[in-house]
Design a protein around this ligand. Structure first.
Ligand code: OAD
Length: 244
């Protein structure tokens, strides 16, 4: 995409964004790429090096919980020194300026919160929370690394990462809140997601059907680039601050 097209896209999005009352932003791994968090499918993507089915399914956890915890402990170690980038900070600032704002993220890294975002729905959970496989209690646990087989402080059963694995349902309360925000928004911005994992992938199309303007910011084109009203090609850490 030529520089002129990028500028035109930004100008158009800026105008729509600051006219809007109700805004939804959907983010994926791309927003955290400039902070050093690996994405899933691009070059150097996690699912290019590791088999998701061995590490991120309930079956994998029943078969070999130590291996699955080793993977999540490694991701905790990787994330510990990382900080939000200008894209995360720009979204936190947009949240402060828009009357009704919802950030829906597929990311589990917690970088949006670190940047100051508050009105958030974490579709796929959070790496820094653990859930008991026995009593279901949910607690924040920032130890790095966690023990090989971490145990619940209340009932001593095995803890699991509070993340959504392949084949699992998303939390219906979070999903319903996301759909409600989408069906009522004036503008939806889709940032740094390849649009391959449902239900997040089709949320932009749903917003468009409900009459919202939908814009995308992504380094590469996606299956939705030609469907959305505005598609801006570039790094979110560079594009998003230009909307302010
Ligand atoms: P992907 O790795 O599938 O896609 C990342 C997207 O970010 C790609 O479209 C890249 O082009 C784009 N991208 C990379 N760097 C960028 C940058 N600096 N600025 C803007 N865009 C950039 O990640 P997701 O779409 O988030 O689910 O993946 C969705 C889900 O699949 C994840 O939440 C995870 C994974 O399996 C679970 O773990 C349940």
């Amino acid at each position: 995409m030529a520089g002129k097209d990028v500028q035109n896209g930004i100008d158009e999005l800026k105008e729509k964004l600051w006219q809007a009352r109700r805004v939804v932003v959907l983010t994926g791994a791309g927003i955290s790429a400039e902070s050093g968090v690996p994405t899933f499918r691009g070059e150097g993507g996690l699912w290019r090096q590791y088999r998701a089915m061995d590490l991120a399914t309930p079956e994998a956890f029943s078969r070999d919980p130590k291996l699955v915890w080793e993977f999540y402990n490694w991701r905790r170690e990787l994330l510990t020194p990382l900080v939000p980038n200008p894209g995360h900070f720009a979204l936190a600032e947009i949240e402060r300026r828009i009357p009704e704002f919802t950030l829906i993220t597929q990311n589990i890294d917690g970088l949006h919160q670190k940047a100051g975002s508050e009105k958030m729905l974490e579709l796929h959970g959070n790496l820094w929370w653990v859930r008991c496989t026995g009593c279901e209690s949910l607690v924040e646990d920032r130890r790095v690394p966690l023990p090989e087989m971490p145990a619940c402080a209340s009932c001593n059963a095995l803890l699991r990462p509070h993340v959504v694995w392949f084949g699992e349902m998303l939390d219906p309360r979070i999903l319903n809140a996301a759909y409600e925000a989408i069906s009522n928004c004036d503008l939806m911005l889709v940032v740094g997601t390849s649009g391959t994992v449902q239900p997040a992938a089709s949320m932009g199309v749903q917003a468009k059907r409900r009459g919202a303007t939908v814009a995308e910011v992504n380094l590469e084109s996606t299956p939705y680039s030609d469907i959305y009203h505005i598609s801006i090609s570039g790094k979110s850490g560079e594009i998003l601050p230009r909307l302010l």
